[in-house]
Design a binder for this molecule. Sequence first.
Ligand code: NAG
Ligand code: NAG
Ligand code: NAG
Ligand code: NAG
Ligand code: NAG
Length: 360
Amino acid sequence: MLAVFVFLSVLVVVSGSGVCPCERPELCQPIRGEREYEVFVFDVGGKEWQSYNWTVVTTVAAFGKYDAELMCHAHSKGARLVLKGDVPISSIVDQANRTAWITKQVNLAKSQFMDGINIDVEQAVDKGSPEYFALTDLVKETTEAFHREIPGSQVSFDVAWSPNCIDKRCYDYVSIAEHCDLLFVMSYDEQSQITGDCIAMANAPLNQTLKAYDDYLALKIDYKKVVMGVPWYGYDYPCINLSQEGVCYIPKVPFRGAPCSDAAGKQKSYKWIIKQLNSSSSGRMWDDSQQAPYFYYKDQDGQTHQVWYDDPQSICAKANSVMGKGLRGIGMWNGNILDYSDDPVARQQTTRMWNALFGC
Ligand SMILES: *[C@@H]1O[C@H](CO)[C@@H](O)[C@H](O)[C@H]1NC(C)=O
Ligand SMILES: *[C@@H]1O[C@H](CO)[C@@H](O)[C@H](O)[C@H]1NC(C)=O
Ligand SMILES: *[C@@H]1O[C@H](CO)[C@@H](O)[C@H](O)[C@H]1NC(C)=O
Ligand SMILES: *[C@@H]1O[C@H](CO)[C@@H](O)[C@H](O)[C@H]1NC(C)=O
Ligand SMILES: *[C@@H]1O[C@H](CO)[C@@H](O)[C@H](O)[C@H]1NC(C)=O
C-alpha cells in the first residue's frame, strides 16, 4: 500500500500532472532525437491514425480532440505528438498576455505527455506592424519555453506556400525560421488569390510550388528546417461555362484583395475524389503544364464540375524535389482523408499515397 502511494506521487511529481494513460509508463516520456527524414502528419481526429504507416511517421500534429491512445501509440513508434497552437495575434502583442498564452500551452502539452506544438496562425499581418514583431516574439518565446520545460520537444510553424505576402500574411519569415525547429510550408491552396482569369486550376501546380521553395531558400532560411506540405485533398469547382479547350470558368469569390479565389470550389478529400473519379465522364486527365491530375463530372442538376487534385504521380514529383534539395522532410494536410477501408482498390491507392512521400 505504501509502495503504491510512493510510486504514484513520484509519477505526479515527474509529469507535473495526471497519471500516465499508457500501458507502459515509459511511453509517457517525451520523444527525443531526430530521424533523418521528417514525415509530418496533420491529424484532424478520429481513428484513422490506426492505419497510418507508422514506419515513416515522425510527428503528428493533433488538430482534433486529444486522444491519449494516439499519444501512447505515437510514442511506441518513436513519433512525436504535438499540440495545435493558434491565438489572435492582436491579443499577444501584449507581453503579459503572450507569456500567459505560452505558459498555458506548455502546461497543456505536459499534462497530455505531448512533444511540442505546431503554431498555425494563418492571420493577415502587415510588415513592420506591432503584430509583425509580436508574432516573431511569440515563436521565439514559445520555442524557448518548450525546449526548457519539455526536453527534446519540437516547435514548428506553418507558413504559406510562398514567402511573398500570400493572403496578406507578411511575416518575418527569416526570424521565425531562425527561432523555431521547423517550418511547415503549406504547398497548397495556391489559388487562394486568383488575379488573372477566374478559372479552375490545380491546387498546387508543380513549377509554382517549387519556385516558392527557391524563394524561401533565397532568404537564407536553413533548408534543413523546411518541411514540404503536400495536399491529400483537391478542389471541386462548378463550371459556369467550359471552353472547348477545357477551361472551366468559376464564380467570382474575392479573397484578401484578389477578385477570385479557390473558395469558389469545395475542398474534397482524396477518399471522395477517388470514388467520384470512378463515376466521372472524363476519367483521369493529366495537365502537362501544371503537372497535376483532374477530371470532369456532371452533378444531379446537370452542371459540369472540374476537379483538381494531387495523386501519387503529382506528389511523387514534389517529393523528388524535397530529396533533391535536401529539405528536412515532407508532410500532408491531412493524414485522415485517404480511404483506409479494406476495399482492395482503396488499399492500393492508400499505400501508393504514403509511398509517394518518398519520391519515385
Ligand atoms: C510503410 O513505409 C515503408 C517505407 O516506405 C514501406 O517499406 C512499407 O511497405 C510501408 N508499409 C505499408 C503497410 O505500406
Ligand atoms: C489579452 O488577451 C485577451 C484574450 O485572451 C484579450 O481579450 C485582451 O484584449 C488581451 N489584452 C491585450 C492588452 O492585448
Ligand atoms: C465563359 O464565362 C466567362 C466569364 O463569365 C466569359 O468571359 C467567357 O467568354 C465565357 N466563355 C464561353 C465559352 O462561353
Ligand atoms: C471503382 O469501380 C470499380 C468497378 O465498379 C470497383 O471495383 C472499385 O472498387 C471502385 N473503386 C473505388 C475506389 O470506389
Ligand atoms: C517548369 O519550369 C522549368 C524550369 O524553369 C521549365 O523548363 C519548364 O518549361 C516549366 N514547365 C512548365 C510546364 O511550365
